[in-house]
Design a protein around this ligand. Structure first.
Ligand SMILES: [Fe+2]
Length: 293
């Protein structure tokens, strides 16, 4: 059994993505993902739909300055803050306006902030009058990193995420060698965060979990009405066992629609996969990130 840290249970609640044209990108999300858009001040906008919300701000295209994870209450947040400090983390102020007072952040080895807090009253608000209101819950976010070992160690040891599955390159002798993909979780769901080894650090994708296969089809049909094509999938990931497909927003951010993501009991170790592609797609082609620079 893996020991569970005070992070458990935590859910991905929202993230910030940057764009040279944040209002236009927010309007894309309004139509594509059924979100209503409201200004947050400055050049930032909140795009919010049923169980999904994003902060979209001004900056370089595909910028992803922080991800925000929600804990259950103030008592858990305080226990977790003490844990992070004891593990060598250095809490910083929370950058998000969407959590209640008392949240904090930490800077990971790639320079991105991981934010922790308790949901404020606005989290219960549902979108209204949007083009689509199909269920889709923001569930996981993934980054690519050129500091892969440091990132994996930081999220596991300092932040207390549990490692679910790992993917391993061949060690040259036909056995599992170094890890190049790591899936991490803060609750029963297989992963709420994942890291891919890559030549450069960047945003990778975020995913919306839908109730089932019918909803995967419903979202694909909806995207078709907007001429938004699927660029990867449909398929089934080996690690996590979830059905998926991916589209891109106008800035090139990758959005995944996912269903049937597996759950792992508290403390249960995950699996170790060879880097032969099956971990990423049991049905067909693979999106490879770990290539030579
Ligand atoms: Fe994913």
């Amino acid at each position: 059994m893996l020991e569970v840290s005070p992070l458990w249970p935590a859910d991905l609640d929202h993230l910030r993505i940057d764009s040279p044209a944040p209002q236009a990108l927010a309007e894309f999300y309004a139509g594509a993902l059924g979100m209503s858009v409201s200004p947050l001040g400055g050049d930032a906008y909140l795009a919010e739909g049923r169980q999904r919300r994003l902060v979209i701000g001004g900056g370089e295209a595909r910028g992803h300055p922080w991800s925000a994870f929600a804990l259950e209450d103030d008592a858990q947040l305080e226990r977790y803050r003490r844990f992070v400090i004891a593990q060598g983390g250095a809490p910083l102020p929370s950058p998000t306006p969407l959590f209640a007072q008392g949240g904090f952040s930490v800077r990971d080895p790639d320079g991105r902030l991981a934010v922790f807090g308790v949901r404020g009253a606005s989290a219960a608000r549902l979108a209204s009058g949007t083009a689509v209101d199909f269920p889709a819950r923001l569930q996981h976010v993934v980054v690519a990193s050129r500091r892969f070992p440091e990132m994996m160690a930081y999220y596991r040891d300092v932040l207390g995420f549990l490692i679910s599955d790992t993917v391993h390159v061949d060690d040259g002798k036909g056995r599992l060698g170094e890890v190049n993909v790591c899936f991490l979780r803060g609750n029963f769901e297989h992963h709420s965060f994942a890291i891919f080894r890559a030549p450069s650090s960047a945003s990778d994708h975020f995913a919306l979990e839908v109730p089932g296969w019918d909803d995967v089809r419903r979202w694909a049909d909806h995207f078709a009405t907007l001429d938004i094509g699927i660029w990867w999938g449909p398929g089934r990931h080996g690690a996590g066992n979830n059905l998926f497909f991916m589209i891109k927003d106008p800035d090139g951010n990758n959005i995944e629609i996912s269903a049937e993501l597996e759950t792992l009991p508290k403390g249960k170790p995950g699996r170790r996969w060879p880097a032969d592609g099956k971990a990423l797609n049991l049905w067909g082609p693979v999106w490879v990130r770990d290539t030579a620079p």
